[in-house]
Design a protein. Structure first.
Length: 263
C-alpha cells in the first residue's frame, strides 16, 4: 500500500494543500452550489478555455470537477484510504498560468481514513465513501453547472465515463501488486453498481457500454469513443474530435485516410 503520493494527487488530479500564489480567483466549493456564484466562476474560466458558448466552459469544468471523484477512486483502490473531499473542506482556485488545466482544488483540513481490513467491512466502507463523494460533492456542483449553463445534466455526467474507463485501465496496467490491480478493477465495478438515485439519475452514469472505433493511425488497434460530446467544437478554432459520438462515420474514415496517407 505504502504512503500516499501527494505529488500524484497534484499532477494528476490538481489537488493541493496550499493556495497557489498566482491564483486570480478563489471560491469555496460549497459556494458554487449557488448558481450566481457558479456563473461568476464560469465567467473567469471561459476566456481561459476560449469557449464560444458557456456550455463548452461547463464541459471543461465538469471534467475537472469529476477529477476529484477519480482522485477518491484512486486513493481508495491504490492506498486503501479515503480523503475528505467534502465541499465545505475545499476551495477552488483559478490559475491562468497553470499548464493544461487552470484550476486547483485546495483541501483545507487534510485527513485520511483507512479502510477496514475485513473484506465485508471494506465493501461497506467503500460504498459510504463513493456515495458521499457523488451525492454530497459532485452531484450538487453538477446540478449548479447544468442550471447555470442551461446544458443537459445527462451531458454533464456523460463527461466522466470515458475518462474513468481510460484511467482505471491505465493505472491497473501500471500497478505492480496483484492485490492493487484486483482492487482497482473491483472498486470500479462497485462504482458502476451504485444506486442511480445517488447521482440523481434514472441510471448510474458509469454503468454504460463503451463504443470502440478504429485507431486513427493503426488499423489493428481500437480506441474508445467519447461517451458524450466534449463540446470542443464550441471553442475558438475548435472542431469535432475524432472520437466524438456526433462525428459522422464517413468523416471519421476520411480523417483516418488523411492521417495514414501522410505517414
Amino acid at each position: 500500500m505504502g504512503t500516499l503520493n501527494f505529488d500524484i494527487l497534484e499532477t494528476e488530479f490538481n489537488i493541493t494543500k496550499v493556495k497557489p500564489l498566482d491564483a486570480i480567483y478563489s471560491v469555496r466549493a460549497i459556494d458554487l452550489v449557488n448558481t450566481d456564484n457558479m456563473s461568476e466562476f464560469l465567467a473567469y474560466v471561459t476566456p481561459l478555455v476560449k469557449a464560444l458558448d458557456v456550455a463548452a466552459t461547463g464541459a471543461y469544468c465538469a471534467r475537472w470537477i469529476g477529477g476529484m471523484a477519480l482522485a477518491q477512486q484512486y486513493v481508495a483502490s491504490v492506498y486503501n484510504s479515503s480523503l475528505d473531499l467534502s465541499l465545505i473542506n475545499l476551495t477552488i482556485h483559478i490559475i491562468p498560468t497553470k499548464a493544461r488545466i487552470p484550476i486547483s482544488f485546495q483541501i483545507h483540513n487534510w485527513t485520511e481514513e483507512k479502510a477496514p481490513m475485513n473484506d465485508t467491512n471494506r465493501q461497506e466502507w467503500l460504498e459510504q465513501v463513493l456515495v458521499g463523494m457523488y451525492s454530497e460533492s459532485i452531484r450538487p456542483l453538477f446540478q449548479a453547472l447544468s442550471m447555470t449553463t442551461n446544458w443537459n445534466i445527462g451531458q454533464v455526467w456523460g463527461q466522466l465515463p470515458t475518462r474513468f474507463d481510460r484511467y482505471i485501465e491505465w493505472i491497473t496496467s501500471e500497478a505492480t501488486q496483484i492485490v492493487v490491480k484486483e482492487r482497482l478493477m473491483q472498486d470500479y465495478e462497485h462504482l458502476k453498481e451504485i444506486d442511480s438515485h445517488v447521482f440523481g439519475r434514472k441510471r448510474n452514469p458509469f454503468n454504460v457500454t463503451m463504443r470502440m472505433v478504429q485507431h486513427m493511425e493503426d488499423p489493428e488497434k481500437e480506441i474508445r469513443m467519447k461517451y458524450t460530446c466534449c463540446l470542443y467544437h464550441k471553442t475558438e478554432n475548435g472542431y469535432y474530435c475524432y472520437t466524438c459520438p456526433h462525428l459522422r462515420e464517413e468523416e471519421r474514415a476520411a480523417r483516418r485516410n488523411t492521417i495514414r496517407k501522410s505517414e
